[in-house]
Design a protein around this ligand. Sequence first.
Ligand code: S0N
Length: 293
Amino acid sequence: ADSSYDRIHGQVSAEHALWTDVPEVQGQRLEEVLYAKATTDGIAKVTINRPHKRNAFTPLTVTEMGCCFNDAQNDPNIGVIILTGQGTEAFCSGGDQSVRGHGGYVGADSIPRLNVLDLQLQIRRCPKPVVAMVAGYAVGGGHVLHMVCDLTISADNGVFGQTGPKVGSFDAGYGSAHMARLIGQKRAREMWFLARLYSAQDAYGMGLVNKVVPLAELETETLIWCREMVRNSPTAIRLLKSALNAAEDGQAGLMALGGEATGLFYQTEEGNEGRRSFMEKRAPDFRRFPRLP
Ligand code: S0N
């Protein structure tokens, strides 16, 4: 049955989105990532396009994802970003083990790097909600990527877990600390120390996933969640994301939340009086602004 809210605002559409492919971002043609926008819905979609490798990421994949997120963050028509993997077998299977070298993953420039950590931060700091849309495996660094997204909608074929201790790697950053916040210390230690894989239902039970749906309904359900967010206040959402992050992210989290407060202050008469008085070469008059309790 409709809630009273739905009766007033109307239910969001469950129609397919009208995606427009964006093959080139910041002058770069995308090779390992697909990027699309449904501008009328205010939604962008970033898709890891390496299904033959279960969507494992190389340094190039990560760089391209970063460019897409940058574009979506800067596009005022976009309110929500979906992160997903091409096909139904995998969301992402983590770092591409065939290009892992000494000290990181190696791309065309032969320099080893762990640039997925920059992407984790970018997703975390993006003021727009990022939704992981998971079909199949979300494992290793791919599992960390879904965890740093704000919400996760999983198909019923979703498989979740960390593989690090089996393949000689670990993520001692968000991959550990944020996981423990999400599912608790005991579960996080179980997930990392045993490196087991978990079904979508198990992940839902642990609080890793917001909703599990049949595979055929994955995109429709994700779009419904995105459309519901897009019709809500973007300022409220960006402040809430920042506040929820701040509790975990130390001074960097406070800096982001503080930046949001400054952005709002710049939109007030009081904030503008300071700038205006400087430009008009006069003393500022802040007396007319109330000192509220
Ligand atoms: C995903 C799995 C379970 C799927 O099994 P399935 O369905 O049986 O398929 P496969 O036959 O195994 O795979 C199909 C093809 O895809 C290739 N492939 C799959 N995953 C990867 C991968 N991660 N790298 C390279 N290739 C991959 C297979 O080889 C196969 O190809 P072909 O047909 O040619 O043989 C299963 O595939 C699996 O377990 N995959 C490996 C999962 C894994 O261990 N991932 C890496 C974990 N580590 C990270 O992600 C580290 C992330 C990172 O960058 C990092 C971040 C912070 C700090 C440190 C690090 C760090 O790495 O050090």
